[in-house]
Design a protein around this ligand. Sequence first.
Ligand SMILES: Cc1cc2nc3c(=O)[nH]c(=O)nc-3n(C[C@H](O)[C@H](O)[C@H](O)COP(=O)(O)OP(=O)(O)OC[C@H]3O[C@@H](n4cnc5c(N)ncnc54)[C@H](O)[C@@H]3O)c2cc1C
Length: 462
Amino acid sequence: MAGYDYDLFVIGGGSGGVRAARVAATLGKRVGIAEEYRFGGTCVIRGCVPKKLYVYASQFPEHFADAAGYGWRVPEASFDWPTLVANKDKEIARLEAIYKSNVDGAGGETFHSRAMLIDRHTIHLLGEDRTVTADQILIATGGRPAPHPALAGHEHCIFSNEAFDLKQLPKAIMIEGGGYIAVEFANIFHGLGVETTLVYRGKEILSRFDMDLRRTLHETMEKKGIRILCHSISEWVRRNPAGRLDVLLSSGKTLTVDQVMLAIGRLPNTENMGLEGVGVELGKTGAIVVDEYSRTNIDNIWAIGDVTHRVQLTPVAIHEAMCFIETAFKNNPTSPDHDTIATAVFSQPEIGIVGLSEDEAVKRFADIEVYRASFRPMRHTLSGRDEKMLMKLVVDAGTRKVLGAHILGPDAGEMAQLLGIPLKAGLTKEDFDRTMAVHPTAAEELVTMYKPNYRVKNGERA
Ligand SMILES: Cc1cc2nc3c(=O)[nH]c(=O)nc-3n(C[C@H](O)[C@H](O)[C@H](O)COP(=O)(O)OP(=O)(O)OC[C@H]3O[C@@H](n4cnc5c(N)ncnc54)[C@H](O)[C@@H]3O)c2cc1C
C-alpha cells in the first residue's frame, strides 16, 4: 500500500464521494478526491438544495392568498427572479465551501479537476495534467439529465441544470416528463407565475408511486392551473419569428412557450473516464455494475451513488458511502440496505411515502387491508383553499405489518421521514393504534384510522 500516493482516491465530489473521502480521511487514510465542477455535486449545486429553495419561493403566492381567511390583508405582491437566483447562489456557494473544507479539515486532499482512470491503480487529473496512484479507487461521478437527440429542435430545450439559472423567468414553459423532477419544477414554475404545461408520455404522472396519490396530485395541480397532458410527447420544437418556441405534440396540438424543459430521466456519468480501458463492467444504460458491497468487477475499484443506477437519492448515496467505508477500511463487509426507503416529492401539495404502494402490495401479498383518510387539512378551513389531504396505510392482513404509508398534503415529506422508522422496524397496525395521537395535527390521522376502508384478497377488492 505504501507504494501508492493514496490509500483511497475518490472521483466525484458529490454526496457520496465527499462522505466517503471525509470519513476515510478521518480514519487516518491518505485520501485524494477530484471534482470537475463544484464540490457538493448534484444535490447541493443543482438538485435537492436549490430545488427546495425554489419550492419555498414558489409557495408564497398561496400563503398570501390563504392569509385573507385569517384576517390578513396583504398588499399586492411582486416577485423578482434575479433576487431569488442570486440568494440561491449565495447559499449553495456557502454549502460548497463547507463540503470542500470538511474533506480538507479531515486531512484529505481535494483537487478541482476532471479525473480519469489510466489503469486499475492510476488516475489522470486532467486539470492538473498530473497522474496519481491509489490502492483503492471509488467512483462517485453521479449522473446528468438524459438528452433527447431524437427530438427535432432539442437544441432549443433546457434541462433541470439550466432551469435554476435562467436569465429571466419565462412567461410560459412546457416541461416534458412525468417523474419527480418534472412534477416538482412544474409546481415551482407555476407558483412563480409561469404558465405551465406538463407533457408526459405515460398514463399518469409519477409512476411507481401509489395510484391514489398520483391521481389526486394530478387533479390538484390541474385545479391550481397547471396543464397536464398525459399520453403525449413532443414531436418537434421550433423557434418562431417572435423568438418564442412552438412545440408540436403527438396529439397534433401546438403549444407556444418561452422555454421547453426536458426531464425525461438521468444517465450515469461514465463516459470518457477510461473505464472501458481498465475493464470496469458497465450495464445497459452505462451505469457501473457493482456487487452487493459496491465493488466493481475490478476488485480495488468501487462505485457508489447515482453512477450505479440503484436508487438515485442523496441519502442513499451517503449510506452507500458509509457501507463502502465499513467494507473497504474497517474489515466489516456491509451491504447497503435499499429496502423501505422513505422519500418525498416536493410537489404542491407534497408527497411523502415509505414502503409498498397498494398495487405493489397486492402483487406480493394475498390479503391486504387499506386504511384511507381524505380530508381538508385544518389550515385550509379558514383559508378556504379547496385542497384535500390524503393518507393511506397498506397493511398485510396476515402479519398485521404496515407495508406502506402514503401521504399527500402539507409537510408530507417530514411525516414520511418519521414513518420510515416504524415501517423499517416492521411495526404492525396495532402498534400504530396503540400510539397516542398528537392533537390537533394532520398526522394524527395516521394513528386513528381504526377500520380498514377496504381489503384486497388475491387481487380482488372485498
Ligand atoms: C433536480 C434534482 C433534484 C433532486 N432532488 C432530490 C431530493 O429532493 N432528494 C434526494 O434525495 N435526491 C434528489 N436528487 C438526486 C440527488 O441529487 C442525487 O441522488 C445525488 O446527488 C447523488 O449523489 P452522487 O454522489 O452519486 O452524485 P453527484 O451528487 O451527482 O456527484 C457526482 C459529482 O461527480 C463529478 N464528476 C463527474 N465526473 C467526474 C470526473 N470524471 N472527474 C471528476 N469529477 C467528476 C460531478 O461534477 C459531480 O459533482 C435530485 C436530483 C436532481 C437532478
